[in-house]
Design a protein around this ligand. Structure first.
Ligand code: URP
Ligand code: ZN
Ligand code: ZN
Length: 470
């Protein structure tokens, strides 16, 4: 294991901001101090002028995930390499329960796929699509013995992944009592399916109708319902990819009333609005993600919620599908929906651009503080999902997951320069301020400028503990 002294960097945590040296040894942060003295054998890295950030924790990624009829185009290898270049050293992926198996088989399957491939550390949520006594027992086992303390459930996609309200309530009641958390994808799935059916029957098949058939009101309705179910179950609840002002209204009200409701939004909801859907072209398919992009007023509400802690996390919902048929051998990805928007696999890439885009949009443009930035991308996701203080902060004893970040460098994002498998980025041609320069994973340098020094299988599974945020 390497020993490295990072000298003279500006250390930013969710609460601190100071200049010091950090000694990485044995995979952990061994010492933090002014002008640390070490032997000549210790590697030194001069971080003068750089921010020293905890490795990012991205709690919402889909690597090699089956979504509908397609599989996301990033493998655990390519996706975690992209994550590393973007300053993320821990991802939480999903283990999907299928119609014929349960949570424990899903976890084992995801681990066996990930193990030899991951370039950063990873953990798992389980997606629960069916709840019965055996599934509940498996969930309890997963929480106690497999380090899986959060379970995602869908209020959308009837017949594919949707769980009904009673199933969600049962899961909330048990998981909450056991110290874990249910994460909800909140959209009213049956009404949305009706709107999709009507749009197609009217001949409205272009990608833009994806957005028009998933109204913000149906997100707000589902969030409200999810909160009431959680309240009745006396359980905490986490809303993934919150996108709209209406959804936030219920979250804010619940939090003001002392109900433990948490939520994330994603960079794409802050970067773009629904004006991208104002054309009939198939290129719009790159913006076919769920929920769809919303209006400028929704963005304002999201920023407000991020500032005032009504939303606690920025996750990517990295769910990449190629636009070009045959790119790297991937077929029938976005093009599956060429003649029918409802067949376009939902999702967009973003794992590699989270840190820079949030730094630029949030910190440089004066919307959030540096401490809040770190809280949103590292510390709070680590706390909410039981990874703290091993992950998510810079402290003696924490894993030596450290990012050196140049707050002044500008660069232009190009898909061809990114490190995952996807053939496009939503940020193509955008110039951002702030760039990841070096990344350490448990003390090992895995990214050095443009160089990938990590290796497939160099990441580890991290079993998680209980929710820690309240
Ligand atoms: O469009 C999205 N978000 N696809 C991924 C699946 C999900 O709903 O998170
Ligand atoms: Zn979702
Ligand atoms: Zn997702």
């Amino acid at each position: 294991m390497s020993t490295t002294l990072i000298q003279n960097g500006r250390i930013i945590t969710a609460v601190d901001d100071y200049i010091a040296d950090i000694l990485l040894d044995d995979g952990i942060i061994k010492m933090i101090g002014l002008k640390l003295e070490v032997g000549p054998e210790v590697k030194r890295v001069d971080a003068t002028g750089l921010l020293v950030l905890p490795g990012g924790v991205d709690p919402h990624v889909h690597l090699e995930n089956v979504v509908g009829q397609s599989v996301t185009c990033d493998t655990f290898a390519s996706g975690t390499r992209g994550a590393a270049f973007g300053g993320t050293t821990t991802v939480i992926d999903f283990a999907l329960q299928t119609a014929v198996d349960g949570p424990l088989q899903a976890i084992a399957r995801a681990q066996s796929l990930a193990e030899s491939q991951v370039g950063v550390d990873y953990a798992l949520h389980t997606i629960i699509t069916r709840v019965d006594a055996q599934v509940l027992a498996d969930m309890r086992h997963a929480q106690r013995h497999e380090g899986v303390s959060s379970f995602k459930m869908f209020m959308a996609y009837p017949g594919i992944m949707m769980a009904d309200d009673a199933a969600i309530f049962k899961a909330l009641r048990q998981v909450g009592a056991d110290g874990g958390m249910v994460a909800l994808h909140a959209e009213n799935g049956t009404v949305i399916d009706l709107l999709i059916e009507e749009a197609l029957a009217a001949g409205n098949t272009a990608p833009r109708y994806h957005a028009l058939t998933r109204p913000a009101l149906m997100e707000a309705e589902a969030v409200h319902r999810g909160i009431k179910l959680a309240e009745l179950a006396e359980a905490p609840v986490y809303f993934v990819h919150v996108s709209s002002k209406g959804a936030l209204k219920s979250i804010v009200e619940a939090r003001d009333a002392g109900i433990p409701v948490f939520g994330e939004t994603c960079p794409h909801y802050l970067l773009f609005d629904d004006s991208v859907y104002e054309n009939e072209e198939f290129s719009v398919a790159q913006f076919v993600m769920t929920p769809p992009l919303r209006k400028a007023e929704d963005q304002q509400a999201l920023w407000r919620a991020l500032r005032f802690d009504d939303l606690q996390v920025i996750a990517t919902d990295h769910c990449p599908f190629c636009m070009r048929e045959g790119h790297l051998g991937y077929r029938q990805q976005k093009s599956r929906g060429k003649d029918d928007f409802s067949q376009i696999p939902n999702g967009a890439p973003g794992i590699e651009t989270r840190t820079s885009s949030l730094y630029d949009l949030g910190v440089v443009q004066g919307r959030i503080s540096l401490n809040r930035f770190v809280a949103l991308i590292a510390t709070t996701p680590a706390k909410l999902f039981g990874l703290f203080p091993k992950k998510g902060t810079i402290a003696v004893g924490s894993d030596a997951d450290v990012v050196l970040f140049d707050p002044n460098e500008h660069y232009t994002v190009r898909a061809e320069h990114l490190h995952g498998n996807c053939d496009y980025t939503l940020l193509e041609g955008k110039t951002l301020q702030g760039r990841v320069k070096k990344v350490f994973l448990r003390g090992e340098l895995i990214v050095d400028g443009d160089l990938w020094l990590g290796k497939a299988g160099g990441g580890r599974y991290v079993p998680r503990g209980n929710v820690q945020a309240f």
